[in-house]
Design a protein. Structure first.
Lengths: 258, 411
């Protein structure tokens, strides 16, 4: 509880770190902020070519089917991979000055989150331009889904950023893990083609439910199933709690380990 | 908050560090060389307790590695104690790492926001302070330029201005006032006094005992992880200096013993020349109470004793000495002729003694030349840098020697 109070007191620091990260990220590159959009767009193009031309499937408007899942996925995977290195990357601050350490992973995840929100502008643009149509009522549930994903991503980032301080290999391991995780989550394919005996594994994965919700809202234009959403929310909060507890325990020796 | 309340309470705090003999933090290293990641526990703090009242300023003193900086880091909560407790009340600001989080591409003004946010200020609080921060930093014309265009002095001024304008309840300072030019330093100093008078509690770690004496109400001397003494800075600092001088002497003695000879070295690297009819054999120095020592406090009496041997009688002999600082600047020099002593003839081994009263050389190391000459300056045994003394001072004044002075301020 006191942690939350303190984090609230340091909200300006979170703001300014997010701002610094967003502004500083593409500093000096010619296309600058446009990279925020170009990167996912090229990923989308590659996946679309692979999974509709080379490994064809029968999903209509596959590009949209993929796009509405890919953007949230990129937010999640960059949260855990970039987030993992966040404390180590700010070691000058951590070693020399006091502030609630959670500020760092929080601001990293938040800046990834802002990036995702910006990409959603493109998603909506694509939906409108291609005439796919929008269910406005369903879209109203979108913020809830986003918050659930944010909570889960933050929990994971707290966990990975704290452990990476003690165990630097994790940063690299996570590169592999996040790739495997993507293929174990129905991002590029539909959950319906998963063999039933593997389904329990998929159901334990909070990202399965989260991606499912995004797709229901934006692709199927329907209000997501409440149980799916609750599952995702429950798992997200659970991971956030685990992450926070572990982080609090490990952070006491950050300054010595860095 | 009551005036006499403790705002900092430190109880039985211990802290040890793991010193890895060969640390592997990668998986491969951890798995393959399990035995290698052995470490030694080094106890830095062995249980210290103290408390600080609101508005009080304390100085932590002690030699390098005694644990004073660790104590400060524990107070800032960068690190946590292994056992014991630390309680602090109010907002803490630290002048430990100035300019934390400065971004070179952002303007001075933007960096003020970033930096102040790290101290836990929100936007409204920063808005209300920004003018005084800019004023204090004297960077008015440059405040909207990127920080990378600043000189290091400007950078530090900006950083200091932010840290000191946080309006903290507790201010922690490590080795202050190496900031900017002399003008800005005295401005910082005055600001510190001002915020202290406004009720801010200050904890300073410094090697400059003078600074501590000027600001602090109390000194805490930490020695090998324990509090050795605590009290008014004037007393504690002297006690500390005495201890340090004894320690330096012990060390000097040891290295002398290790050398094996007390006989001054022969003409090594042109430091010694002369006809050799008489030779300087041994040089010692004593304090006024008769103890042999080579470390003195400013204002102490120094008795310099020179033993010499005579091979052939020296007529019309002159014995002299000169004191040089470590830059080779002569601070003082005289001889028996200048001092109009009766004519001297050295016929057998003897001792010459010079008593220097109330020596006002400022803190630092000094080399002493000793010379035996004949007539109008023919060297018999000229021995350059024959002896070294060290002066210690708890006072912050600067220069070569202290000039006796009083102030007379009329308003």
């Amino acid at each position: 509880m006191s942690t939350i109070k303190e984090l609230y007191a340091y909200r300006q620091m979170i703001f300014s770190l997010v701002k610094k990260d967003l502004r500083g990220r593409y500093k000096g590159s010619v296309l600058g902020f446009l990279w925020t959009f170009i990167n996912p767009l090229f990923q989308l193009i590659v996946y679309t070519i692979v999974f509709s031309k080379i490994l064809p499937n029968n999903i209509p408007r596959y590009y949209l089917y993929l796009f509405v899942a890919l953007i949230p996925w990129i937010f999640f995977s960059s949260s855990i991979t970039v987030g993992a290195a966040s404390i180590v990357g700010q070691k000058d601050l951590v070693k020399k000055i006091y502030f609630p350490r959670m500020v760092i992973p929080i601001s990293y995840v938040t800046s990834c989150f802002v990036n995702m929100l910006l990409c959603f502008i493109v998603i909506f643009a694509v939906i409108i331009v291609t005439g796919a149509g929008i269910n406005f009522l369903a879209v109203l549930t979108l913020p809830v889904i986003m918050i659930v994903e944010y909570v889960f991503a933050l929990g994971m980032a707290l966990l990975t950023s704290a452990i990476t301080v003690y165990f630097r290999d994790l940063e690299h391991i996570l590169g592999i893990v996040s790739m495997a995780w993507m293929y174990l989550t129905p991002v590029v394919y539909s959950k319906s083609i998963v063999p039933p005996r593997y389904l329990p594994i998929f159901n334990l994965n909070p990202m399965t439910h989260i991606i499912d919700c995004y797709r229901t809202v934006l692709y199927d234009r329907q209000i997501p199933d409440l149980t799916t959403l609750l599952w995702a929310a429950g798992l997200g909060v659970l991971f956030l709690l685990i992450g926070a507890v572990v982080f609090n325990k490990l952070q006491k020796h950050f300054a010595e380990e860095l | 908050m009551a005036e006499n309340e403790n705002v900092i309470e430190v109880k039985d705090v211990t802290k040890s560090f793991k010193v890895y003999l060969d640390k592997g933090s990668q998986l491969k290293e951890r798995l393959l060389f399990r035995k290698r990641s052995r470490y030694e526990e080094r106890k830095v703090l062995r249980g210290i307790s103290f408390s600080v009242k609101k508005g009080e300023a304390i100085g932590l003193i002690g030699h390098n590695g005694c644990g004073k900086s660790t104590t400060l880091k524990l107070l800032t909560r960068i690190m946590y104690p292994d056992s014991g407790s630390i309680k602090m009340q109010g907002r803490v600001s630290s002048l430990i790492e100035l300019g934390a989080g400065f971004h070179p591409d952002m303007s001075g003004r933007e960096n003020i926001y970033t930096n102040a946010a790290i101290f836990g200020l929100n936007k409204k609080e920063i808005d209300s302070r920004i003018q005084s921060i800019i004023d204090f930093s004297e960077l008015k014309d440059f405040i909207d330029n990127p920080v990378r265009t600043y000189s290091s002095g400007m950078y530090m001024r900006l950083a200091f201005s932010v840290a000191i304008n946080v309006d903290a309840d507790i201010l922690l300072i490590d080795e202050i006032l190496a900031v900017g030019d002399a003008n800005f330093q005295s401005k910082c100093f005055n600001k510190l006094r001002e915020i202290k008078s406004q009720g801010t509690t200050i904890v300073i770690v410094s090697h400059s005992l003078g600074q501590i004496e000027q600001i602090c109400d109390r000194s805490i001397w930490i020695h090998e992880g324990l509090i050795k003494a605590e009290g008014p800075p004037k007393e504690i600092d002297l006690e500390y200096l005495d201890y340090m001088s004894r320690k330096i002497q012990d060390r000097n003695k040891k290295s002398e013993e290790a050398d094996g000879t007390e006989e001054p070295a022969e003409n090594k690297d042109g430091k010694r020349w002369g006809s050799g009819e008489a030779r300087i054999k041994r040089i010692r120095s004593f304090a006024s109470d008769g103890t042999e020592q080579s470390v003195f406090r400013v204002g102490e009496d120094i008795r310099l004793v020179v033993d010499y041997t005579v091979k052939k009688p020296v007529q019309d002999a002159v014995i002299g000495f000169g004191i040089f600082d470590m830059n080779g600047v002569q601070c003082y020099g005289t001889n028996t002729r200048i001092d109009k002593l009766p004519e001297l003839t050295l016929t057998k081994d003897g001792t010459a003694e010079v008593i220097m009263k109330n020596v006002q050389l400022l803190s630092g190391e000094y080399m002493i030349d000793i010379a035996i000459e004949q007539g109008e300056g023919i060297p018999v045994d000229y021995y350059r840098q024959a002896y070294k003394i060290q002066m210690l001072s708890a006072y912050g004044d600067a220069g070569i020697a202290r000039v006796d002075h009083t102030w007379n301020l009329q308003r």
